[in-house]
Write a protein that binds this ligand. Structure first.
Ligand SMILES: *Cc1c(COP(=O)(O)O)cnc(C)c1O
Length: 348
């Protein structure tokens, strides 16, 4: 099967498993797991921050960033297709007690003007706008890559108005691969940012959240409180170090493969694909013109051993990763095209 459901479907490679087995370990909770410490220092350096903390998941990175940088009753600003808003079980509302201003966007990328307009007036009645989050790259809206200039304007507007600025960088390194702009440049001046190890980097578990030393001290308190502190986490951190050594180049290939898929199905009948689609390793398209739901379309592809993901009524998402190569993409494109052609012929 060619699995384009998500880049979370990657399994640890033999090399990664060997690195995990050989990891030097200690107790993470008391800062004595050397491999975890090495991973945190490495990612903090990569993103240009003072410090980092190893987390069990990206979801916990987002939640802890909200917890540290808001108070209950505050408001955070995100895009309406963001992971924080849609697929974290409302953790920021349930646990951090914040409300969410979700900005309407065509592809997960809002303008600095729209952000500025969403900041609440100061006063007794409105929630206090406390934090803005940028998802680089966007997940459910098709892997869009934010322009560096817009990120910086949003960061500066945030700071000028007393908000903190956060990067949900689950796939930040895919943006780096797409543009050649360094992770440090993207994250410069932001208050918190993180990368996921369990997406395109191919690790089984984990993410690293970065910020100032003061931020990380507070993040640690929340990690502990939420039950995220670990013991011999070096087994997992070793996978992260291995990925940073061996899987970064793969992200460029993943991005290219998403583009290849787009090019191969762009003119298939009844598929609505945005011109700017597949800026990184995710391709979203609509099957609405075919008169079929995304769930049914995905099911038909699965019958031909190609797994894509239905996200919403008519939207399909295909994500590339290290377990699919260009030959797989060509085959997936053939299956998707054939299904589009079949449905289109049926409609007449
Ligand atoms: C996957 C993802 C997350 C959550 O990360 P997990 O490691 O799955 O908890 C957050 N934000 C974005 C944009 C993601 O793609």
């Amino acid at each position: 099967m060619i699995d384009l459901f998500s880049d979370t479907q990657t399994r640890p490679t033999a090399g990664m498993r060997a690195a995990m087995a050989a990891a030097e370990v200690g107790d993470e909770q008391s800062d004595s797991d050397p491999t975890t410490l090495a991973l945190c220092a490495r990612v903090a350096g990569l993103l240009g921050f003072e410090a980092g903390v190893f987390m069990p998941s990206g979801t916990m990175c987002n939640l802890v960033s909200v917890l540290v940088q808001t108070r209950p009753g505050d408001e955070i600003v995100v895009d309406d297709q963001s992971h924080i808003y849609n697929t974290e079980a409302a953790g920021s509302a349930a646990i951090a007690g914040v409300s969410v201003a979700a900005l309407k966007t065509p592809a997960g990328v809002y303008t600095p003007e729209a952000f500025e307009a969403a900041i609440r007036p100061t006063g007794r009645t409105a929630p206090r706008s406390a934090l803005v989050s940028i998802e680089q790259t966007t997940s459910f809206s098709g892997g869009s890559v934010w322009a560096l200039a817009d990120m910086r304007r949003i960061r500066d507007i945030a700071h000028g108005r007393g908000l903190k600025a956060h990067i949900d960088g689950a796939r930040l390194l895919n943006a780096v691969a797409a543009t050649g702009i360094s992770a440090q440049d993207y994250a410069e001046g932001f208050d918190s940012a993180w990368i996921d190890l369990s997406k395109g980097l191919g690790c089984p578990v984990g993410a690293v959240l970065c910020g100032s030393q003061t931020f990380i001290t507070e993040a640690w308190r929340w990690k502990y409180r939420l039950g995220g502190a670990m013991r011999q986490s070096g087994i997992l951190a070793a996978a992260g170090l291995y990925a940073l050594d061996h899987h970064i180049d793969q992200l460029g290939r993943d991005n290219a493969n998403a583009g290849l898929l787009r090019d191969r199905i762009a003119d298939a009948p009844g598929l609505a694909i945005d011109a700017g689609a597949a800026q990184s390793n995710i391709l979203c398209f609509s099957v609405e013109p075919l008169g079929v739901t995304a769930a049914d379309f995905a099911k038909a592809c699965l019958a031909d051993a190609v797994r894509v993901r239905a996200i919403g009524a008519y939207q399909i998402r295909a994500t590339t990763h290290l377990e699919v190569d260009a030959a797989d993409i060509l085959r997936a494109a053939t299956v998707i095209r054939a299904e589009a052609e079949r449905l289109s012929a049926k409609r007449g």
